[in-house]
Design a protein around this ligand. Structure first.
Ligand SMILES: [Zn+2]
Length: 298
């Protein structure tokens, strides 16, 4: 059978199994007082159930490098196809939702940051008409912070990672917690840049009113897929904590954090090193592990 085809089937089955085995775990709640640290912790927690799948994929790629194409195979491993189907459906659903998220219009959000490579702010003129200039400046500063950190791309990736963990509610909760923390972190960054918290709170509340009147939350299509935009108001449920924070003095730790872009952290470098190591192990030991598995599923 074709080498790449067998490789993709194995990645989906073994990666799907490892992800489903970990996705249900509730994980620790982010208890960081500082919004930026909380955002970062929630971001890594969101990816933890996916990490073994990436390592397995790297190991299998290493194994595939040692194989001829097509892989000499006695029989079709039908048991493998049976295990592949449910995980392939979850993967297909995640891809469909990721595609749909790209097609959603930013006009639904009032004010949002859109685009992956060069994010831009989209501001509904109907919303801007009802806002004071100071509130507009505050909202733009919040969105500029989203653009600086390339949050539209991160939101899209986070949604995809969460969809790979479908249908576990714990995965959706991890995404919700991260998005709440993301908004608080961008609020703090805007305020550290000189924006008044009360102005930002006014913009947030005006946006909530605007969305309620002009564009009620639409959750139709593919089970409520979210657009791949970073918005001023993401989740009305978390509004109380957010407005309270905006009206309180900016925490000392958040001051002076203006203009700092996202740098690859130690966790990313460690993950890259682990992926390389997994590829190496796949080259050396892959055949010994894959052949018994294929024999099992014949
Ligand atoms: Zn936002």
């Amino acid at each position: 059978m074709g080498r790449e085809w067998l490789l993709s089937v194995l990645i989906i089955v073994l990666g799907g199994l490892s992800t489903q085995a970990l996705a249900w775990l509730p994980g620790r709640d982010g208890a960081h007082a500082q919004a930026e640290a909380r955002e970062r912790a929630c971001w890594y927690r969101l990816w933890q159930p996916i990490a073994p799948m990436l390592l397995i994929a790297a190991g299998l790629c290493g194994w595939a490098l040692t194989q001829p194409d097509p892989v000499p195979d006695r029989l079709e491993p039908w048991g493998l196809y049976g295990a592949w189907l449910p995980f392939a459906l979850i993967f297909g659903r995640a891809c469909l939702r990721a595609g749909w998220a790209l097609l959603r219009s930013p006009a639904e959000c009032g004010i949002a940051t859109v685009g992956f490579l060069q994010p831009q702010v989209v501001f509904s003129p109907f919303l801007a008409k009802g806002l004071e200039e100071r509130a507009i400046r505050a909202a733009l500063a919040h969105e500029a912070a989203h653009a600086k950190h390339r949050d539209p791309a991160r939101i899209w990736l986070a949604q995809f990672a969460t969809d790979l963990q479908w249908p576990w509610p714990a995965a959706a909760r991890r995404l919700d917690r991260w998005r709440e923390a993301l908004e608080l972190a961008r609020d703090d960054e805007a305020r550290a840049g000189g924006v008044d918290g009360a102005d930002l709170a006014a913009a947030v509340l005006a946006t909530v009113r605007f969305l309620g009147r002009a564009a009620p939350e639409r959750r139709a299509g593919l089970g409520g897929s979210e657009p791949a935009h970073a918005r001023l108001v993401d989740d009305a449920r978390a509004l109380r904590e957010r407005v309270s924070r905006l009206l309180a003095p900016l925490p000392e730790a958040a001051r002076g954090r203006r203009g700092r872009g996202r740098r690859p952290g130690l966790a990313v470098l460690l993950m890259l090193a682990a992926l390389l190591a997994a590829t190496g192990l796949g080259i050396v030991y892959g055949e010994r592990l894959v052949q018994p598995l294929l024999a099992l599923t014949l």
